[in-house]
Each structure stands twice: as structure tokens, then as C-alpha cells.
Design a protein around this ligand. Structure first.
Ligand SMILES: NC(=O)c1ccc[n+]([C@@H]2O[C@H](COP(=O)([O-])OP(=O)(O)OC[C@H]3O[C@@H](n4cnc5c(N)ncnc54)[C@H](OP(=O)(O)O)[C@@H]3O)[C@@H](O)[C@H]2O)c1
Length: 269
């Protein structure tokens, strides 16, 4: 797997930074996208030192802003000729009940989780089909669920998974591969960002054994892309849960999700 360019959104942390470290060895030019410039510069420095032949571009961008997304899309579409891998990874969650969610936060979540992958992919499709390449869309195990106190996030990932699967079928004849990645819980910066201020218990209420190492997600995703896999659930236990979720009667799933402990009580409650 050799790409002339690999573009990773959300490269300042978590999966994105891990994808950058893996892809540094198999592409000529890495474009790192996120808002936190210092984190991107630190990662770029590390990668340049480890891979002297690699070109690394730091591209600060707030993906919640439509004009910034449009400028980024135009910039990426005009990159020098060559195959391109787009990793639509940037995303955020919001733990807590929908009735107490902040409208600005909801808008930000929808813009970053949904509008950014859709618009960047659309902007890059002409060059992807002409010059070759692939798209990796980071959805979530949550895409197979409806989750009280995590409602908008799960719905946004259901959107990503559905759109990404359909896109893959549309592009079958073009040679452009599209992979949907559905990780279960992984320790990254995600939980801290998703936790609302003034609340406690910031992470998923899950047992440690259910967490997947980040390397399993990233290395497994790139191997799945290579195999031409449509969808990848990293870790066997995550695959098993996904299978169960898809095969449970809807009424039973509703009953299970309805009994899930509510979360994000106010501090001191
Ligand atoms: N961790 C998990 O358990 C898990 C499970 C399933 C799926 N996922 C998905 O995996 C993806 C990566 O998340 P992660 O776990 O690696 O979390 P993370 O460590 O919090 O990383 C999220 C990345 O998204 C970027 N981002 C957020 N808002 C942005 C904005 N407005 N503009 C540009 N970039 C923005 C962040 O960069 P800046 O803050 O610097 O902008 C950061 O680099 C997300 O799509 C998430 O939904 C995570």
C-alpha cells in the first residue's frame, strides 16, 4: 500500500495521530489536519525525524466551519498529481441527555462528524477517481445502536456508516476503495472531550476488558483496506457485539437500551 498523499483529519490526537505514525512509512506526503497546531507540529517533527524522505504538511482547520472546510477541500484537491488516501477521522461526542444538550455543541458535532467527511470526500472524488486512492471513514460500533445519553453521536455515526457503505458500492467500478471502520471503545482523548463541564464519569460505563488497543484499530483498519474489506470492526469481541446487535429483535434491543444506566449526573448529585 503506497500512496503519494495521505490526508488525516483529527491528526492531533488519538486515532488520527496513530494513523499518521502508521502511514508515515507507506506514503510520500502526509497532510495532518486539526485545530491544535502545536500538537500537529510536534507530531510532524517526530515523523520528519523518523522518516527523512517523508513530506509532512500541517494544515490547521476548524472542521466545524463551513468556509474552512471548503478551503481545505480546494487545497487538497489541488495537491500535486498522485494517489491519495483520505482518512475521515476527526470527530467528537457529547455525553448526556439530549434535553440538556447545548445547541451550539450539537451543531459542532454534526458539522465535524457528518459535514466534514461528506464535503471533503466530495471535493476529492474527481481526483480520487482520476488518479486513484481510497477513503477510510471512521464510524463507530455506536453506528449499530441508538444510545440514550449519547443519542446525537450514535446517530451521526449511523449516518457515516450508511453513507460510507453506499459510497463504496457507487465507486466499485472506479477502483477507489472505501472502508468503514467501526471501533468499540478505545482510550484516546475522546472521553474527556465528550464529557460535559460540571459532570463526572466522563468515559463510557464499560469494563476495561472491552477496550481495544489503539494499534489494533489502526493497523487492522489499514490491513482491512488493503484486503478490500467493506467494513471493519476492530477486535473479535467488538465484532461479536456488532453481530449480536444486528441480529437482536428491535423490541429486545429497545428493552436493553432502555435499562442502560443513565449517566452524567451533575457534580455532587
Ligand atoms: N475513542 C473511542 O472510543 C472511539 C470509538 C469509536 C469511534 N471513535 C471515533 O474515532 C474518531 C477519532 O476520535 P478519537 O477517539 O481519536 O478522539 P480524540 O483523541 O478526541 O481525537 C479527536 C480528533 O478530532 C479532532 N477534531 C475535533 N473537533 C474538530 C474540529 N472542529 N476541527 C478539526 N478537528 C477536530 C481533534 O483535533 P483538535 O481538537 O486539535 O481540533 C482530534 O484530533 C472520532 O470520529 C470518534 O468518533 C472513537
Amino acid at each position: 500500500m503506497i500512496y503519494a498523499h495521505a490526508v488525516i483529519t483529527g491528526a492531533s490526537s488519538g486515532f488520527g495521530a496513530a494513523f499518521a505514525r502508521y502511514l508515515a512509512g507507506c506514503c510520500g506526503h502526509l497532510v495532518l489536519v486539526a485545530r491544535r497546531v502545536e500538537a500537529l507540529e510536534a507530531l510532524a517533527g517526530e515523523l520528519r525525524a523518523a522518516h527523512p524522505a517523508l513530506q509532512v504538511t500541517v494544515r490547521p482547520c476548524d472542521l466545524a466551519e463551513e468556509t474552512a472546510r471548503r478551503a481545505l477541500g480546494a487545497h487538497l484537491a489541488a495537491l500535486p498529481t498522485g494517489s491519495l488516501l483520505l482518512v475521515n477521522n476527526a470527530g467528537l461526542g457529547d455525553y448526556g441527555a439530549f434535553d440538556s444538550s447545548r445547541p451550539e455543541r450539537n451543531r459542532e458535532l454534526l458539522q465535524v462528524n457528518i459535514c466534514a467527511p461528506v464535503e471533503l470526500t466530495r471535493a476529492l472524488l474527481p481526483r480520487l477517481t482520476e488518479q486513484g486512492g481510497a477513503v477510510v471513514n471512521i464510524a463507530s460500533l455506536a453506528a449499530d445502536l441508538f444510545i440514550p445519553d449519547f443519542a446525537l453521536y450514535a446517530a451521526s455515526k449511523a449516518f457515516v456508516a450508511s453513507w460510507s457503505e453506499a459510497l463504496r458500492l457507487e465507486l466499485r467500478e472506479t477502483g477507489v476503495r472505501v472502508l468503514t471502520v467501526c471501533p468499540g471503545p478505545v482510550h484516546t482523548g475522546f472521553g474527556e472531550v465528550a464529557r460535559r463541564s460540571g459532570t463526572r464519569g466522563g468515559d463510557y460505563p464499560l469494563k476495561e476488558w472491552f477496550y481495544t488497543p489503539i494499534e489494533t484499530v489502526v493497523a487492522g483498519s489499514l490491513a482491512a483496506l488493503e484486503r478490500g474489506c467493506p467494513r471493519f470492526y476492530p477486535a473479535r469481541r467488538v465484532r461479536a457485539v456488532a453481530w449480536l446487535l444486528r441480529n437482536l429483535p428491535l423490541g429486545l434491543l429497545r428493552a436493553v437500551m432502555g435499562r442502560r444506566p443513565r449517566r452524567n449526573r451533575e457534580e455532587g448529585a
